[in-house]
Design a protein around this ligand. Sequence first.
Ligand SMILES: [Zn+2]
Ligand SMILES: [Zn+2]
Length: 244
Amino acid sequence: MLPKRFCVKCGIEESEDNPIIDGLCLNCLLKERKIVEIPSIIKVNYCKVCGAVQLHGKWTEPLDFDSAVIRVIESYLEKPRGLYSYVEKPYVSNIEFLTKSSWNTHVRVEISAFIASRKVSQKYDVVIRLNPTICPRCIMRRSGDYTVLVQLRAPKNLLRDFRQFIKVAEKHIPEEVALNIVDIIDKGNNVDILFYEKGAANKFVSILKHFGNFKERRSFEEVGIDRHGKKRRRTVISLHFIKE
Ligand SMILES: [Zn+2]
Ligand SMILES: [Zn+2]
């Protein structure tokens, strides 16, 4: 038989429920040591105009404080780093708000993991700090600037069909595409839609082409120099509505 081991902290003898790891019993280990690395403050940019949050460089859709805080935790603590090799598969198992969500929100994050095949949990207090700023989408929207112009054109004799088509297509535009629209200038058979990003504009165009018949033409225009000294180009996508 192997000699029994004892916890150096509380002196308890090793048992099935309370194994000894690194000289400590599991209960003492969880009291004595942090098992994962969790920052005490997580600071992210939050758009004070629309409520978008910048996560790892990417801006989300508009979110209220509660949802923003949860998204920050999910995004930054999704896979916390175990501090010891015996800490396996740590993950966020619960989030408790200690204060009302606002620019600074105190939360208690419960991390669960496995140590020696037993499921364990530990709680960590974290401050989620939302840094008030204005997202690039809102900056563009405010200045009326855009990257892609989609021009919808219909001949006068197809005006009714065209407006009918718009009604149908509108319902199929996903939120992330709609959020990307800087402005819409609607003049009946002439509709201009201004986009902040190319990807969203392309998605928009493919949805329109799915529901209607269009002749497409793309062109580019130079629009000065951006702040990195690079030439800025704007894409103009002309879609001419045609009968089948
Ligand atoms: Zn102990
Ligand atoms: Zn914004």
